[in-house]
Design a protein around this ligand. Structure first.
Ligand code: FES
Length: 104
C-alpha cells in the first residue's frame, strides 16, 4: 500500500491524508472537507485549484488544464493523485456536516 501524503488547505489551515488510488477530491471528502466539484472526470474545471507546493499525477491523460496552468501549479483535484505532500489554495472549500453520532 502506498504511503499516505498530507494535503493542506493554505487558507483554512485544514489538512487531510491523501492515499493513492484515491484522488485528492475523494481524500478530502473522506476527511470531511468538501471541495468544489461537478463532473469529477477532469473536464468541467469546477474543481480547479492552485497547488503552491507539491506534485500530482493524473488518472487521465489530458486533464482540462492548459500547459500554462499546469506550469503555474493549477490542478484538478477530481482526477489528481498526490505524489508528494501538497499545499493547495481552495477558498471555496467547506466542512462537510459531521454525521450524527450513532452510539452515545
Ligand atoms: S469536477 Fe470537473 S474537472 Fe474536476
Amino acid at each position: 500500500m502506498e504511503q499516505a501524503l498530507r494535503v493542506t488547505l493554505a487558507g483554512q489551515g485544514w489538512s487531510f491524508d491523501a492515499q493513492a488510488p484515491a484522488t485528492v477530491l475523494q481524500s478530502a471528502e473522506r476527511a470531511g472537507v468538501r471541495l468544489p466539484s461537478s463532473c469529477r472526470n477532469g473536464t468541467c474545471r469546477t474543481c480547479i485549484c492552485l497547488s503552491t507546493s507539491g506534485a500530482v499525477r493524473y488518472l487521465i491523460e489530458w486533464p482540462g488544464l492548459s500547459l500554462d496552468e499546469k506550469r503555474e501549479g493549477y490542478i484538478l483535484p477530481c482526477v489528481a493523485i498526490a505524489v508528494t505532500d501538497l499545499l493547495i489554495e481552495a477558498p471555496a472549500a467547506s466542512r462537510l456536516p459531521v454525521p450524527p453520532d450513532s452510539g452515545a
